[in-house]
Design a protein around this ligand. Sequence first.
Ligand SMILES: Cc1cc2nc3c(=O)[nH]c(=O)nc-3n(C[C@H](O)[C@H](O)[C@H](O)COP(=O)(O)OP(=O)(O)OC[C@H]3O[C@@H](n4cnc5c(N)ncnc54)[C@H](O)[C@@H]3O)c2cc1C
Ligand SMILES: *[C@@H]1O[C@H](CO)[C@@H](O)[C@H](O)[C@H]1NC(C)=O
Ligand SMILES: *[C@@H]1O[C@H](CO)[C@@H](O)[C@H](O)[C@H]1NC(C)=O
Ligand SMILES: *[C@@H]1O[C@H](CO)[C@@H](O)[C@H](O)[C@H]1NC(C)=O
Ligand SMILES: *[C@@H]1O[C@H](CO)[C@@H](O)[C@H](O)[C@H]1NC(C)=O
Ligand SMILES: *[C@@H]1O[C@H](CO)[C@@H](O)[C@H](O)[C@H]1NC(C)=O
Ligand SMILES: *[C@@H]1O[C@H](CO)[C@@H](O)[C@H](O)[C@H]1NC(C)=O
Ligand SMILES: *[C@@H]1O[C@H](CO)[C@@H](O)[C@H](O)[C@H]1NC(C)=O
Ligand SMILES: *[C@@H]1O[C@H](CO)[C@@H](O)[C@H](O)[C@H]1NC(C)=O
Ligand SMILES: *[C@@H]1O[C@H](CO)[C@@H](O)[C@H](O)[C@H]1NC(C)=O
Ligand SMILES: *[C@@H]1O[C@H](CO)[C@@H](O)[C@H](O)[C@H]1NC(C)=O
Ligand SMILES: *[C@@H]1O[C@H](CO)[C@@H](O)[C@H](O)[C@H]1NC(C)=O
Ligand SMILES: *[C@@H]1O[C@H](CO)[C@@H](O)[C@H](O)[C@H]1NC(C)=O
Length: 599
Amino acid sequence: MLLKSVPVSAIFYLSIVTLCHAAVYSSFSDLPSKVYDFVIVGGGTAGNTVASRLTENPEYSVLVLEAGGTNIDAYQLDVPFFALDIKFQYDWNFTTTLQLGLNNRSIFMPRGFVLGGSSSVNGMFYTRGSADDYDRFAAVTGDDGWSWNSLQPYIAKNEKWEPPANRHNTTGQFNPSVHSLTGVNAVSLSGYSQSTDPMVFEAVNQLGGIFHFNEDYNSGSPLGFSWLQSTITTEGRRSSSAMSYLAPEYIKRKNLDVLLHARVSRVLPSVSRNSSTGYAFRSVEFAQDLNGPLLQVNASKEVILSGGVIGSPHILLNSGIGDSDELSKIGINPLVNLPSVGKNFSDQPGLANLFLVNSTKTNDDIYRNATLLDEVYTEFNKSGMGPLVDIGANQISFFRVNESLLGKYGDPSSGKNSPHIEMVPLNRFFGKPPPTGYYFQLWSYLVSPASRGTLTINSTNPFATPLINPGYFTHPFDIAAMRESLRIMFQYVSAPVWEGYILSQYGPFENVTASSSDDVLDEYNRNNVGTSSHPVGTAAMSATDADYGVVDPDLRVKGVEGLRIVDASVFPFVTSAHTQAPTYAIAEKAAALIKASWM
Ligand SMILES: Cc1cc2nc3c(=O)[nH]c(=O)nc-3n(C[C@H](O)[C@H](O)[C@H](O)COP(=O)(O)OP(=O)(O)OC[C@H]3O[C@@H](n4cnc5c(N)ncnc54)[C@H](O)[C@@H]3O)c2cc1C
Ligand SMILES: *[C@@H]1O[C@H](CO)[C@@H](O)[C@H](O)[C@H]1NC(C)=O
Ligand SMILES: *[C@@H]1O[C@H](CO)[C@@H](O)[C@H](O)[C@H]1NC(C)=O
Ligand SMILES: *[C@@H]1O[C@H](CO)[C@@H](O)[C@H](O)[C@H]1NC(C)=O
Ligand SMILES: *[C@@H]1O[C@H](CO)[C@@H](O)[C@H](O)[C@H]1NC(C)=O
Ligand SMILES: *[C@@H]1O[C@H](CO)[C@@H](O)[C@H](O)[C@H]1NC(C)=O
Ligand SMILES: *[C@@H]1O[C@H](CO)[C@@H](O)[C@H](O)[C@H]1NC(C)=O
Ligand SMILES: *[C@@H]1O[C@H](CO)[C@@H](O)[C@H](O)[C@H]1NC(C)=O
Ligand SMILES: *[C@@H]1O[C@H](CO)[C@@H](O)[C@H](O)[C@H]1NC(C)=O
Ligand SMILES: *[C@@H]1O[C@H](CO)[C@@H](O)[C@H](O)[C@H]1NC(C)=O
Ligand SMILES: *[C@@H]1O[C@H](CO)[C@@H](O)[C@H](O)[C@H]1NC(C)=O
Ligand SMILES: *[C@@H]1O[C@H](CO)[C@@H](O)[C@H](O)[C@H]1NC(C)=O
Ligand SMILES: *[C@@H]1O[C@H](CO)[C@@H](O)[C@H](O)[C@H]1NC(C)=O
């Protein structure tokens, strides 16, 4: 009787689960085996990609251990418009340590706690970053396989370009030659036209200079103003790694099992240490009930950590893989001295600047008028159209800061075609709006930060929350660049087209102006900046012979056997945009590397 409201994909999925004795399990006792060729820790963005690719070979058995639950019962996650509300039920609920650079605030650090990981809860922006970002990966690892050109086949294996939900004429809004129709994960232009679309580009025309149209920011050269591309299907649904890489045609494979509600504590070493290859880590310890027994599964070939930028280094540290001195101090037996584990945490600070506008055509009434919400939700359910197919952002823009800043602090970006600043216009309030008023917002992000932080542990209890210290604004470039992002934004809203539309600034932003002193601008940033949710780098790859880093250019953990890391923690630097597209590209390449090493 519930079937009427269940999406088609879910019906299909549920029937497969019943017919094939379930490839997705909730209980350890139901698992058909305790030994698999590959055990993947974390069914997130990267983990599901690797699982899907490895099981293309029917000879390989793969188990995915995911701490969170199913995505199938979580229909609200499929609705793009709802992406800006934090859904604690599907989150790890992490907060950072007190941040000196943020006037001692501790901020929320969202991470998906559900099959699909952060790809099930993210903002769906599809941004590859710049060609220079990947060429820097290649340079620091000494492996040309990580260059922009070398990664193109893997970007193409991931991306499945689709028409937007409303099938509008998209000519001139993207460059077809830089997109792939043959990948797994859906990418599309926005499927709902916003009342602000013409004004956003008219301002660009009026201003010129750094404000110029860029036909496709995913070409490797992102600078300028472009139409936004998102991981949303032509039916207007979120395309997470759970929906795409674990779609019915893949999850039905007999060699692929997923165990939900399985929280991994440690990887366990072989009994003895081999003097040339070190310990082998092919056993995985986990719990389904944090107060219950510890369980174990083994990999005959490899364990692949895909727990993400927090989960993967956390498991390594619990296992005695990290800075031996620091581990000894808290009472953990150090097994492998890899001081870079958890270091070089790199996140992009950002914030939403809000304006009140002279219009009733924003998306704010959707949250204030139950009749309207029912109307647009019904349209979404029936036809996959209407305002719920997007988050309310149809454009994206990227800028470099003034050369004078680079002269003063050095340039943390990967090259001259890489941005420092990202600005995104949205035709709505962030999340649920106040009872009155209509809103426009401009997000500003520092996408090439210089500050670095840490992920550490302070307990021998593997299920204790780790300490997350992003180190925001610990490098002076970052606060100066965020100041500059406000100046770029004020320049943008000074375009004549916004006259009579933008009425005033809103909230903590209300008194900040283009001519405010540096101190006023900095205080506004320190008091309001949060995470962009794009941290990387806590298990970074480095050259095989480097004296730092956690994994080699083939993503194998240095100094041990049987253990690889595949997720956003291996980025040696953050790419100059949102991080899911690069995570998918890394995962596609990793799957090919793993297959090749067992041929
Ligand atoms: C709210 C939010 C908005 C974002 N918006 C965007 C955006 O619009 N565009 C974009 O490109 N990027 C965005 N990002 C970033 C992007 O989603 C991430 O960089 C990317 O998904 C990271 O992939 P991952 O595989 O490293 O980790 P995840 O996808 O987070 O996967 C890690 C998985 O491991 C599981 N796990 C962790 N620890 C354990 C353990 N101990 N045992 C078992 N399982 C474990 C987790 O539950 C999770 O499923 C956003 C992220 C968030 C959180
Ligand atoms: C749309 O479908 C979802 C999932 O079945 C359901 O929860 C929601 O109530 C539906 N909305 C409307 C307005 O029918
Ligand atoms: C986060 O909090 C919510 C309740 O607000 C809870 O349902 C969820 O399980 C929590 N996440 C974790 C990983 O404990
Ligand atoms: C932040 O905390 C530090 C150390 O506790 C203190 O010295 C400093 O004054 C605090 N800063 C602010 C702005 O409160
Ligand atoms: C689509 O738009 C382009 C550019 O505006 C225009 O040249 C073309 O004729 C349009 N195509 C159709 C089918 O309307
Ligand atoms: C150590 O590992 C190497 C490479 O796999 C292997 O050849 C050797 O036999 C191992 N030594 C011991 C003592 O197991
Ligand atoms: C897993 O490997 C460990 C040795 O590392 C062994 O003690 C254990 O019995 C193995 N478990 C299974 C199910 O094979
Ligand atoms: C952090 O990364 C830099 C390269 O950006 C590297 O030189 C340094 O050694 C790394 N630090 C650690 C502790 O890994
Ligand atoms: C709420 O939305 C409905 C449907 O669009 C509309 O008819 C009604 O006038 C709206 N109510 C208010 C108070 O704006
Ligand atoms: C860059 O900064 C210099 C020195 O502060 C200033 O003179 C110049 O106008 C700035 N250029 C731009 C494009 O803002
Ligand atoms: C680490 O744990 C110790 C002992 O529980 C506690 O005293 C200390 O405050 C903790 N440090 C941090 C940074 O949480
Ligand atoms: C709001 O816009 C209307 C035209 O759409 C204009 O007549 C009016 O002056 C504007 N209001 C303000 C306060 O600018
Ligand atoms: C802005 O200035 C007004 C007038 O001085 C003041 O009442 C208000 O609190 C200020 N707003 C903020 C966010 O500081």
